[in-house]
Design a protein around this ligand. Sequence first.
Ligand code: HSE
Length: 341
Amino acid sequence: MLRKIAVSGCGNVGTALLELLCEKRAELKEKYGFEFEVTLISDLFKGTVADKNGLDLNAAINSLHTTNSLTGLNKDVRGEFGELLDSAEVNMLCEATPTNVETGEPALSHIKAALSKGIDVSTTVKGPLSLAYDELVALAKQNGAQLQFEGVVMSGTPFITMLNHGLAGCRILKIEGIINGTTNFILSKMYSGASYEEAFNTARELGYTETDPSGDIDAWDPAVKVVILTKMLYGKEISVSDVDRTGIANVTFEDMERAKEDGCTIKLIAGIENNHGDIKAYVAPKKIPMTHPLASINGAINAATVYTDNLGTTTIIGPGAGRRATGQAMLLDLLTMAGKK
Ligand code: HSE
């Protein structure tokens, strides 16, 4: 079956996904029998292009790199998002517009439009899942569509797949880890002697930060991830305000120096504890000894330790942010969804 893919949002992640699809077309067909065309690419600022027979991916990527727009393709279209999905005959949507954690928009409307048409959705956008998880899962079910979101936590490191599939049959008692790449990058650089500003600017250049970087610095991003994980694992409706949240804005160079003198480092630690249905969720900078397993997790690498009844503890470590790593999350979602239909 030929998949017709829409990519919504051409920032770091959407563009990286286009690059991966282009680069791996032959490998995806040979190894997974995954054949596709990208028939719609839409970005609020860079333009919207469509061709139900398939867009020229090389041309799209080139146009994004050279002009930061899609107009070079001469395939411009206009219209309401649902209509565009119809006319481009889309059966898989990759939603990667910037996260708005207050409204979930525009991603929330895009995802609803697609699911209600029976279109499978992969998203890396956290807002819609933290605000409307149950509604979206129900909509997918009603319409025989699939909803995958590997990239919302730990980018392409398959943490969501591990929780949902690898640990099937286990009860998850507690999760503790580093689940924001930007702040871990900044804190690691500060540990090595860099200033906060220097570290922050490099993180931004490398594409780790949220569109609004306060999402990282003030720990909204890991708090929203905690909300999504809590909903996914325990079916509990908590909001971001229920997460005990402290960011890294007040961690100074001197704090880090003092921690070092004590044989410690400072890490932004997120956790979820389930005490017989009573959920405690938090994100906060913590001083931890260098012997602690999370102390050696540096840069934009994330790690999460999962405490279970059947397996004891299991730790997953891998990239937590970055354009190609998050593009990989969407590629995994596409292959997962294709394998189930
Ligand atoms: N800004 C996020 C981070 C991106 O730094 O972890 C990945 O969710």
